[in-house]
Design a protein around this ligand. Structure first.
Ligand SMILES: *[C@@H]1O[C@H](CO)[C@@H](O)[C@H](O)[C@H]1NC(C)=O
Ligand SMILES: *[C@@H]1O[C@H](CO)[C@@H](O)[C@H](O)[C@H]1NC(C)=O
Ligand SMILES: *[C@@H]1O[C@H](CO)[C@@H](O)[C@H](O)[C@H]1NC(C)=O
Ligand SMILES: *[C@@H]1O[C@H](CO)[C@@H](O)[C@H](O)[C@H]1NC(C)=O
Ligand SMILES: *[C@@H]1O[C@H](CO)[C@@H](O)[C@H](O)[C@H]1NC(C)=O
Length: 264
């Protein structure tokens, strides 16, 4: 059974439908709220102020925090970006990573399992292209141990400046899946800014202890995050997300639609 809160957390229509500037601003606010509510901030990342949305598709688009099965995430997702504003461009090289931050409450100082680490990634239009990248660790689908709760798989895209200098044992393709300290890697290898991020969860079996679920993001509590949005668009977002004349049923339908689209 999926609790209502999960549906509410899918109030991220901006990720799946055509994106007006106000949708993108709301989407940025939503992903920031998701990262805080899922405790990715501050346990894995000290802060998160993305300049773009990271759209994740495993076949179909996946809203942030979606619980998925191992089968659904076996093959690498396709990834694209939606810039927060027209002044955001995607030139140069990037580093793309996916790490297992464990279930909520994990002490991240123990490190993260590296499921993907690709250097020299480029962005073609708004598509993230790994074809010319160096797959230090090529995408390896999640397989969390049974009974350990819903693991948070966090996908992050960093700018990779010319001064990038990865540690010797993570500078060549083929490093394989292993535990490393991701925040330390980001810092010591001199990666640039965090452009965009997203996450999903995978759980195997039934949790043997009580683990707090990632909490819901209620879109009506959000306000656009970027200072670059015009006041006109922020007004529009506020109005839209608090449209009291929408019936409860239509709200739930709108929220569930992306999920249905994904599973059927
Ligand atoms: C990007 O990476 C390629 C190697 O794949 C390198 O030749 C090029 O100089 C890099 N570009 C920048 C802007 O760092
Ligand atoms: C996390 O683990 C480290 C040791 O690896 C410990 O020093 C630290 O206190 C722990 N943090 C929390 C919040 O439990
Ligand atoms: C981006 O990806 C989509 C879907 O795979 C594709 O149709 C489109 O041509 C790509 N755009 C660029 C600029 O590569
Ligand atoms: C790389 O070396 C560091 C020490 O510099 C070590 O802690 C880490 O486990 C090594 N990682 C791999 C993938 O071998
Ligand atoms: C609010 O909802 C009503 C009816 O559902 C609709 O006519 C109106 O355009 C909506 N307003 C906004 C700002 O979305």
């Amino acid at each position: 059974m999926i609790p209502l809160s999960v549906f509410v957390s899918l109030a991220l229509i901006p990720f799946t439908l055509a994106q007006s500037p106000s949708d993108v601003a709301l989407g940025i606010a939503a992903i920031e709220a998701h990262f805080s509510n899922a405790e990715i901030v501050p346990s894995l990342l000290a802060s998160f102020t993305p300049s773009a949305l990271l759209n994740v598709a495993f076949g179909a688009a996946v809203p942030p925090g979606t619980p998925l099965t191992q089968d659904q995430v076996k093959a690498a997702p396709s990834l694209s970006l939606t810039p927060a504003s027209s002044s955001v461009t995607f030139t140069g090289n990037f580093t793309l990573a996916m790490v297992d931050a464990g279930p909520v409450g994990t002490n991240e100082s123990q490190g993260q399992t590296r499921h993907m680490l690709i250097n020299d990634v480029t962005v073609a239009g708004t598509n993230i292209s790994t074809t010319s990248g160096v797959p230090i660790t090529a995408y390896a689908g999640p397989a969390p141990p049974a009974g350990t709760g819903p693991h948070r798989y966090v996908i992050l895209l960093y700018t990779q400046p010319g001064t990038f200098s990865p540690p010797a044992n993570l500078s060549q393709a083929g490093a394989g899946v292993s535990v490393f300290n991701f925040p330390e890697y980001v810092q010591t290898s001199n990666l640039g800014s965090l452009v965009a991020g997203n996450y999903f969860t995978v759980e195997e079996g039934t949790a043997s202890s009580s683990i707090s679920p990632t909490s819901a993001v209620v879109s009506s509590t959000l306000s656009p995050a970027t200072s670059s949005t015009t006041s006109a668009s922020s007004t529009e977002v506020t109005t839209k997300s608090s449209n009291a004349s929408m019936t409860k049923a239509s709200v739930i339908l709108v929220l569930v639609a992306p999920l249905l689209a994904f599973f059927f």
